[in-house]
Every structure is written in structure tokens, then in C-alpha cells.
Design a protein. Sequence first.
Length: 96
Amino acid sequence: MTTPEGKIKQKISHVLSKHKAYYFMPVPTGFQATSIDYFACLKGRFIAIEAKAPGKHLTSRQDYVFELIRAAGGLTFEISSPEEIEALDKVLGELL
């Protein structure tokens, strides 16, 4: 049985594949600091995506990592709903 967050991740993976993005999903081992669910590259843009179950939000550590990525010029997405998946799809489609 897939969790609510797992269902969101399946849809994110589909959108990234549709746009032919390279993406990597780090596997947490318990020995390092928590990370973001997806790191991707599409048309020269660095993208970080965190999937959340509906009603859940970024941890303070994840928010800090997002701030660092945005400061370096990367794109960040926190996704927990079908509307946010559609927004991701639209943004990726509009990248030059």
C-alpha cells in the first residue's frame, strides 16, 4: 500500500520523466543530515523538490536547505497536492 506521500512522489517522478529531466532521490541512511526528496537538472537549471503528504510542511532543516538552493539560483518546490504537481509540470514545460 502506498502512503499519501508515496502517491505524490510517483506523480512527481512521472512529471520529471515526461520532461526528460535528470533526477536523483537520495536514500536516507540515518547517518547524515536529512535531505530533500529530489534533486533534478533540466535544461541547465538545478531543481530541488520535497514531497509532502497533504497538510504536512517542510521541516526547519529542509526549509534551510531550500533557502541555500534558492540563494545559489536553483528552483525549489514543496509539493503536497495535485495543483502543486500541475504547477511543477507547467514551470518545467516553460523552462527555456
